[in-house]
Design a protein around this ligand. Structure first.
Ligand code: FMN
Length: 475
């Protein structure tokens, strides 16, 4: 039986908020309550292209992964306010999962295994406005150009939902999407994951794939879009598992696909078989414009949205937001994979200095000789994008590049502690990748022996007294 959708809104937009629903707006209200400094509302009009990206990147230059969510109330020529930089802080990931930041990765790893089936509802807010036929025009939405050399305007927060062509299992995944006309988008499936697999099977049968693109939903839905698992798992049920309650869904108006009823905006359409058109370049997480694309094409048949919709964009390029969306889920996956072999793995990180994708750091407590290399090999098997794995002791802060380099400087000898595997497959967006081939390097920067010199330390009480004194002095 279908249930009525839960009503939700936020302060600043009519009508009032509720905490319980699975919506972007309820989450924004949570962020404003949790950390008023975590939201920067910009009321003066801002041009559509470039400036929001420039503001986000200026903010993060000061302190990494702590910049505020940006809420643009007026984007020039736009019907909708624009929210961006939501994922630039790990604190907001933790808030979405309802755990302290220190528990973020562990909680993600635990909850990713749980599934709760979605529930179909009537009266979906995302269908308050439905545009079809001649009314469909992507210019209706504030889709912007992010960087100077981008091939055009891009949807960066589009979660593509589609059903497996054979089994019907629902999948959700992020894909960059370039506006190619009123009803046409170009996209790239370079991760070669589930949607890529669907396309291959559908093309073999000369079939087009019905899809929907979700723009603006509770962060938990984003996390489900980033979830990686077998083709047989319904990613709407993963969203429910992560949230601890069923995702409310509704049927699209022009395609046989379900979307979150509480979304802000959806696009409906078809991924066309055998059609390829140039797409890109696009500013990627690597810090470079990517010229590489699988060049698929999507034809849009409907735009639907809440009457007072928010447009949610992701800061592209090597921004804190884009990179942490790669790092956080992958850290959870890696931690889980490593812990199933080694109980002495204490922490993992995907540092931004490695684009949050190509380098990983693993901390282990008292590893037995050789375990460091086994752990690195588990990491390479778990994540084909990795090029470098550094293994450190548990006294090293895997989130601090200075600490990691200090361990390499003082505990590692290159002739003994470095191994290289040649000509493996790796991330296609790495500009140094040679037609898919890449080398993989292991650095063992753990203490070479138990009688290794002790790291110098201060008594903890002295550190506490020092911090209190400095706080009194306003430092
Ligand atoms: C902001 C963002 C943009 C992304 N863009 C793309 C893209 O354009 N093409 C692609 O193949 N993967 C892209 N990805 C990665 C996939 O969405 C991701 O690997 C996802 O988990 C795949 O889902 P699946 O395993 O269910 O297929 C992007 C990820 C993020 C965070």
């Amino acid at each position: 039986m279908d249930h009525p959708a839960t009503a939700t809104t936020i302060a600043g937009l009519p009508p009032a908020a509720t905490d319980s629903a699975f919506t972007l707006r309820s989450f924004l209200a949570d962020v404003e309550r949790d950390d008023p400094g975590g939201v920067l509302r910009i009321v003066e009009p801002v041009p559509l292209d470039f400036d929001a990206s420039a503001i986000a990147l200026e903010l993060e230059r000061e302190v990494s992964w702590q910049s505020p969510l940006l809420w643009f109330e007026q984007i020039e020529g736009a019907r909708f306010p624009v929210v961006t930089n939501l994922f630039a802080s790990r604190r907001r990931y933790a808030l979405a999962l309802g755990v302290p930041e220190s528990r973020l990765i562990e909680a993600w790893a635990e909850r990713g295994d749980r599934t709760i089936d979605p529930v179909r509802v009537t009266g979906a807010p995302v269908h308050e406005v439905v545009l079809t036929g001649a009314d469909v025009d992507l210019a209706h939405l504030p889709i912007k150009q992010h960087f100077a050399r981008d091939g055009g305007r891009y949807i960066t927060n589009g979660i593509v939902v589609a059903n497996d062509p054979q089994t019907g299992v629902r999948n959700a995944s992020f894909h960059r999407m370039q506006v190619k006309g009123r009803t046409r988008l170009g996209t790239s499936l370079h991760s070669r994951r589930h949607l890529w697999d669907y396309v291959n099977r559908a093309e073999a049968a000369d079939q087009k794939i019905p899809i929907a693109i979700v723009i603006g939903a509770h962060p938990i839905f984003t996390f489900a879009g980033l979830w990686k698992g077998p083709l047989t798992t319904d990613e709407y049920a993963v969203a429910g598992g992560l949230f601890g309650a069923p995702l409310e869904i509704t049927r699209c108006r022009t395609v046989p696909v379900d979307v979150p009823a509480q979304a802000e905006i959806t696009l409906e359409g078809w991924l066309l078989p055998h059609v390829r058109e140039p797409e890109g370049p696009f500013a990627e997480f690597t810090g470079y414009h990517s010229e590489r694309s699988t060049e698929q094409v999507i034809e849009i048949t409907a735009i639907t949205h809440r009457r007072d919709a928010l447009y949610h964009d992701i800061v592209a390029g090597m921004s804190d937001e884009h990179c942490s969306l790669l790092a956080v889920p992958q850290e959870a996956r890696l931690l889980k994979a490593l812990r199933s072999h080694f109980s002495n793995v204490t922490a993992v990180s995907y540092p931004k200095s490695g684009t949050c994708r190509l380098h990983a750091v693993i901390a282990m407590k008292n590893p037995v000789v050789g375990q460091q290399k086994n752990a690195a090999m588990v990491a390479f098997a778990e994540d084909i994008s990795l090029k470098l794995v550094i293994v450190v002791d548990d006294d090293v802060n895997v989130f601090d590049d200075r600490d990691i380099f200090w361990a390499m400087a003082t505990r590692m000898q290159a002739d003994e502690d470095i191994d290289i595997v040649r000509n493996a497959f790796g991330a296609i967006l790495d500009p140094s990748n040679r037609a898919g081939r890449t080398a993989k390097m292991i650095i063992d920067a753990t203490r070479p022996s138990a009688d290794f010199p002790q790291r110098h330390q201060l008594p903890p009480e002295s550190i506490e007294r020092a911090r209190a004194l400095l706080a009194r002095l306003g430092r």
